[in-house]
Design a protein around this ligand. Structure first.
Ligand SMILES: *Cc1c(COP(=O)(O)O)cnc(C)c1O
Length: 807
């Protein structure tokens, strides 16, 4: 990862930016100006690299990947690009001579929160891999003016503040005025039969401009640069000139649609369907601009769309960009006069879809009338797709109305986006082995029986360059020393670390590295007035707050330990720090109640000098990628405790594993594969399996039976009513025992509680043997080889996109 840029060359480049943009010299520059000048220097280098890469792609006529997602949780760019370009050292040295600390400049950059959590972060990890592996790839999303809210906890209650990222983040965006396109909403459709066949006219529509902003992502030690193209909505200059001229300014201003509101803000709910008109507009805005852009790029190179599916792979990450299917149909049929059948064949060959959830409240179902009103032509196309698909089904399953109804796109006044995706895609994949099995067996079982080969599994992965090499430089150095640096581009090399299983020196270095990372993170917290003991065990649960992720189960465990300590203050327990980090969707009341519980439990414990020596609870405000980069390398224990069958994959589990944390978790999502990778000695598994959960529902679940038959559970649950820090948690008590249907909480916390406590005890005992613990950590780091996003991307290119592996 050596770069041959000299200090002198770099100095000149930065000086040039300072002079050009601010008219100042080095000694006049402040930190913000220096940060931006460094960013602009990187951009210049990336642009040159990109130009060369584009040339190469063009000559090879390679198939291109277009990855559509409503969210990209990109994280900061400066460090990532410096690292991947091999320029960190020369920058650090030059800046030091000018009395700037590179770490300070990293902290000048806002963390763009253009995503909610795992879904958006996955999309960003994939961009990193696509760049490093030198595939021609463009990600498409929306340039939200405000990203995910900033979280503030006031007296235990979550407050949301706007995320104003553009002032500092803008420097990475390159506005492409040459690629502006138009998107149409509303109006009505007229159909006329002419000599050339059916002519479709969309009349009285509202039209807005889509302006692309490009963000470049460099690969490591490669010629590849990926582009993330973010669309911004802009009012067309089409306001009513006659009203304006006649002095009716109000009318002139309000007649037009307020376009800018479309990309104002990211919807902050994770794994939950939000049926708002504006959200639908965001989705269509993204796919319409994107499909137009892809087609224009393709035509520029090939001058025909006949070979479209051979040269283009369009991937939709979850159903949010599903409208790209009818949008592509629309352009092929209306604008390029392809026959319906031919257009449908092209679409089906081009588009592929990843399912991300089986939670019923997350499945997108739009009211038919809403789509009809907002997107009349798209609605007509979806009706056409639905009709021809149902006719096909009728031939295959004559008389089976129920099945045909289940499999249709439109039914009972609703448009079912997951069905549209399956019907319009070449491949459908789940994101872990277990999740893929579940979608085949449940939500997509009819389609699976009809076309088994369409369904495959690609387990998620992480950008190990960001989550290991950059965020844990000490561990990265140890790996360099032990197995050489090749794992940075070939994660399967990490497996070689197993050879050091008996090496005492390596194991003790591993221990020292974890300790150093814990101290580093504790010091970071101390700057915000939070004091934790880096000698204690760091038990981390960091992810969106959601009932299915069961942060509450973790809290119940802590309450149980707390009550044990109250009974017996001299109980021999190793000191433990329970770190929670989680944003709740602003309207998700029960999730916010869990935050309030954690906060008050934490405060109550803080007041007791003897107990806080043993256990301490900390709620970390505003979890984002930057916080994760500091926190996850410091974790000893990774809590992955969702109800089996609910977490599609998880990637936080992989990030902590690769940093040497041990998992305590259920057999859910990718935990199952982590278990396979490390073996039962090196992970702490508890609770029901997905199958056992299913059986439990069939046989009848009643939370109260656990409450009545288990003294420990009884006491812990009772204590919720008694409360913490003077606050009662009656609503959580009722949630656990009664729930919405009188049988208790739908995520079965109490059913898994006992085995969770038992296994946690085993974990504490294991921590008493530091040498053995280090060995387990080593096996986890080595076992993470298969959870690199590079491996996921190679599976997508081979099995879904049909792009030959590049060498
Ligand atoms: C990785 C990551 C997530 C996803 O975490 P899970 O435990 O897989 O839900 C969410 N948010 C951020 C900031 C992340 O980095």
């Amino acid at each position: 990862m050596e770069s041959n840029m000299t200090k002198e060359e770099l100095r000149a480049l930065i000086e040039n930016k300072l002079s050009r943009h601010y008219g100042i010299s080095i000694d006049e520059a402040d930190r913000a100006q220096m940060y931006k000048s460094c960013a602009r220097t990187i951009l210049e280098l990336l642009s040159e690299k990109r130009t060369k890469f584009n040339q190469k792609i063009k000559e090879s006529q390679a198939k291109k990947v277009y990855y559509l997602c409503m969210e990209f949780l990109v994280g900061r760019s400066l460090k990532n690009n410096l690292y991947n370009l091999g320029l960190e050292d020369v920058f650090r040295n030059v800046l030091k001579q000018w009395n700037f600390d590179l770490e300070d400049l990293y902290n000048e950059e806002p963390d763009p929160g253009l995503g909610n959590g795992g879904l958006g972060r996955l999309a960003s990890c994939f961009m990193d891999s696509l760049a490093t592996l030198e595939y021609p790839a463009t990600g498409y999303s929306i340039c939200y003016e405000y990203g995910l809210f900033k979280q503030k906890i006031v007296d235990g209650w979550q407050m949301e503040l706007p995320d104003i990222w553009l002032p500092g983040g803008h420097v990475w965006l390159n506005q492409r005025n040459d690629l502006v396109c138009h998107v149409r909403f509303n109006g009505h459709v007229e159909e006329n039969w002419t000599d050339e066949g059916l002519q479709i006219k969309h009349l009285n529509y509202d039209e807005i401009e889509a302006v692309p902003y490009d963000l470049m992502i460099s690969g490591l030690d490669s010629e590849g640069v990926a582009i993330l193209r973010l669309w911004r909505a802009r009012d067309l200059n089409n306001f009513d000139m006659s009203s304006f001229a006649s002095g009716d300014y109000d009318r002139a201003m309000t007649e037009k649609m307020n376009a800018e509101v479309i990309c104002k803000v990211l919807y902050p709910s994770d794994n939950h369907f939000e049926g708002k008109t504006l959200r639908l507009k965001q989705q269509y805005f993204l796919v319409s601009a994107t499909v137009q852009d892809i087609i224009a790029e393709h035509l520029q190179q090939y001058e025909t769309l006949d070979n479209f599916s051979e040269k283009v792979a369009i991937h939709i990450n979850d159903t949010h960009p599903a409208l790209c299917i009818p949008e592509l149909m629309r352009i092929l049929v209306d604008d390029y006069h392809y026959s319906w059948q031919r257009a449908y064949q092209l679409v089906k060959k081009t588009v592929s879809y990843t399912n991300h959830t089986v939670l019923s409240e997350a499945l997108e179902k739009w009211p038919e009338d809403l789509i009809k009103g907002q997107l009349p032509r798209i609605y007509g196309i979806m009706k056409g797709l639905n009709e021809s698909y149902c006719q096909e089904l009728w031939k295959r399953y004559p008389g089976d109305w129920e099945k045909i109804e289940r499999m249709s796109i439109i039914s009972h006044g609703q448009v079912r986006m997951a069905n549209l995706c399956v019907i319009g895609s070449s491949h459908v994949n789940g994101v872990s082995k277990l999740h893929s099995e579940i979608i085949q067996k449940h939500i997509f079982s009819d389609y699976y029986r009809l076309d088994t080969k369409k369904f495959i599994s690609v387990t998620n992965g992480i950008a190990h360059r960001r989550w290991l090499c950059q965020s844990n430089p000490l561990l990265s150095q140890l790996l360099d020393d032990c197995i050489g640096p090749d794992y940075k581009k070939d994660a399967s090399q990490l497996g070689k670390f197993r050879n050091f299983y008996e090496n005492k020196e390596v194991l003790s270095r591993l221990q020292a590295i974890k300790q150093a990372n814990k101290i580093r993170f504790s010091n970071q917290l101390q700057q915000n007035g939070i004091v934790i003991d880096p000698q204690s065990i760091f038990v981390v649960q960091a992810k969106r707050l959601h009932e299915y992720k069961r942060q509450l189960l973790n809290v119940l465990k802590i309450i149980s330990l707390y009550l044990d300590l109250k009974d017996e203050p001299n109980l021999s327990l190793p000191p433990q720090t329970f770190l929670f980090a989680a944003k709740a969707a602003p309207g998700y009341y029960s999730a916010k109640e869990v935050i309030r519980l954690i906060w008050n439990l934490s405060n109550e414990i803080e007041k007791d000098a003897t107990i806080r020596e043993k256990i301490r609870v900390v709620f970390l405000e505003n979890y984002d990628v930057t916080m994760a980069e500091g926190l996850l390398p410091a974790a000893d224990v990774s809590e992955q405790i969702s109800l089996a069958g609910k977490e599609a994959s998880g990637t936080g589990n992989m990030k902590m594993m690769i940093n040497g944390a041990l998992t305590i978790g259920t057999m859910d999502g990718a935990n199952v594969e982590i278990y396979e990778a490390v073996g039962k000695e090196n992970i702490f598994i508890f609770g029901m399996t997905a199958e056992e959960v299913e059986n439990k529902w069939k046989e009848g679940y009643a939370a109260s039976s656990y409450y009545h038959n288990n003294e420990k559970i009884h006491r812990v649950v009772e204590y919720l009513r008694h409360g913490f820090n003077g606050e009662s948690f009656e609503s959580i008590y009722r949630y656990l025992l009664v729930g919405d249907y009188g049988i208790g909480d739908p995520y079965m916390c109490l059913a898994d509680f006992e085995s969770y406590l038992d296994v946690y005890k085993e974990l504490l005992e294991a921590y008493h043997a530091p040498f053995r613990w280090s060995q387990k950590a080593l096996i986890n780091i080595a076992g993470a080889e298969r959870f690199a996003a590079d491996r996921s991307i190679q599976e997508y290119t081979n099995k879904i996109w049909n792009i030959p592996t590049l060498v």
